[in-house]
Design a protein around this ligand. Structure first.
Ligand code: FMN
Length: 208
């Protein structure tokens, strides 16, 4: 087995679902692996550390049907760097909606990046209901797939896995709506306020 670098590209890396997923992955991987949270914005150092790695694992949330900008900056730096040999790129992506298929376009974006830049594309794990599932009795579904994913990376036999909470969409929407209303109440914001374009006293500019 070669060396691995794990990139946490969540904009809220220190308290992210991505972080929890990475911690569990490391337990299954059972080898030392470098860890780089992209919000620390030390791409140059991270790319130097990537030299000689056989595997690069990107872990990130879905933002507006895409990889977050905190990953795009790193990918831009990666495409400009001369890394040799090129590590195989693996992806774990989690999204808030229940359907793991929501992540497919973002996965295609990374696949395309790899093809354009000559990186071998490895295994993927797509997680739906990512904001909720880790704190429910269904978390074992994520850990089970993660264990399979780690084994596939180790054996160099790429897999493309997905998982989510196995409940009807209607229940999920009702439960998540309740959750966010209560979350807003704790922060002194009601449902109507959450439905406006106002963010922390400012208003988003109108669409061009
Ligand atoms: C700005 C923003 C955009 C998001 N866009 C989507 C989206 O398009 N689809 C989706 O299913 N979830 C979306 N989410 C939810 C996140 O993917 C979800 O909360 C995820 O679990 C966060 O992972 P993290 O804790 O690792 O950052 C969005 C969240 C934020 C804050």
């Amino acid at each position: 087995m070669g060396r691995m670098m794990i990139v946490n590209a969540s904009p809220r890396a220190p308290r992210s679902n991505s972080k929890r997923i990475i911690e569990r992955f490391q337990a299954y991987w059972a080898e030392a692996a470098g860890l780089y949270p992209t919000i620390s914005n030390k791409h140059e150092q991270a790319l130097a550390d990537l030299q000689g790695c056989s595997d690069l694992l990107l872990v990130f949330p879905l933002y507006a049907d895409s990889p977050p900008s905190t990953l795009l900056g790193f990918l831009k730096a990666l495409s400009a760097a001369s890394i040799s040999p090129k590590p195989a790129v693996h992806v774990i992506i989690n999204c808030g909606f229940i359907e793991p298929e929501q992540n497919l376009v973002a996965l295609d974006i990374i696949r395309f990046f790899c093809r354009q830049n000559g990186f071998p594309f490895g295994s993927t794990l797509s997680i739906g209901s990512g904001e909720a599932i880790l704190d429910t009795p269904f978390s074992f579904l994520v850990w089970r797939k993660l264990k399979k994913f780690a084994a596939a990376v180790r054996n160099r036999q790429p897999v493309h896995l997905q998982t989510a909470m196995p409940i009807p969409k209607k229940w999920f929407i009702a439960a998540s709506t309740n959750y966010w209303i209560q979350y807003g109440q704790k922060n002194g914001i009601d449902k109507q306020q959450m439905q406006t374009m106002e963010i922390e006293g400012g208003v988003l500019p109108p669409k061009q």
